[in-house]
Design a protein around this ligand. Structure first.
Ligand code: HQG
Length: 178
């Protein structure tokens, strides 16, 4: 398995479908590294602990993290199954960005940004990252979110370990549509 395949597989089992591998996640999303590797190897996915560490360390978006003694691993964000990542609410920058595609704009204007199948709406600190997120679905459109104003009005913001800004819902009044 190349690095990208391992990363995609980890995203699947650590965020969405641990049953696929027969592992369990604790309430904070952690799973045992040895068991994970054993089960992967039993499925013919030959990954050892050094390779896993390399994938975690070089991941372009720091999607995964080990605990202190590196016996447990979890995804830093992006779960669809229920986990409590213990985020602390913090003050956002004045503006945050969201990359999407034109076909969603009508609904976003009406409903604002919704978390869809994730636990939060994902926002970026810079436009380049937002462009990349949007480009996964087609020609990207960047929305500018007036995050300070949202925060002043009581909306909570969190930042994941890999610098993704998270919030529950962005009502359309806080979005600048170009
Ligand atoms: C859109 C990837 C209709 C929203 C990326 C997006 C990111 C609406 C899609 C991370 C809507 C949801 C998150 C509404 C939002 N009506 N469409 N009211 N509100 N949408 O994948 O932000 O590789 O759940 O614009 O790099 O695209 O997984 O969210 O297009 O960081 O680590 O509904 O996922 O990272 O899509 O991406 P997603 P996202 P990973």
């Amino acid at each position: 398995m190349n690095t990208k395949h391992i990363s995609k597989f980890l995203s699947l089992v650590l965020r969405h479908n641990p049953d696929k591998l027969g592992i369990t996640l604790d309430t904070q999303g952690w799973t045992d590294v040895n068991i994970l590797l054993q089960k992967m190897n039993a499925q013919g996915k030959n990954v050892d602990v050094e390779r896993l560490k390399e994938v975690v360390a070089t991941n372009d978006k720091k999607r995964f993290a080990f605990n202190e003694d590196q016996t447990m691993i979890r995804a830093n964000q992006g779960h669809s199954i229920s986990v409590d990542l213990n985020y602390e609410a913090i003050t956002p920058p004045n503006f945050l960005y969201h990359g999407t595609v034109p076909k969603f704009m009508g609904e976003i204007k009406q409903q604002g940004l919704r978390k869809m199948s994730r636990h939060h709406v994902h926002l970026s600190e810079d436009k380049t990252t937002a462009m990349r997120v949007g480009a996964r679905r087609g020609v990207p459109t960047i929305l500018v979110i007036r995050s300070s104003e949202m925060h002043q009005k009581g909306h909570l913001f969190y930042k994941s370990e890999n610098n993704v800004w998270l919030t529950d819902h962005v009502p359309s009044e806080f979005i600048d549509f170009k």
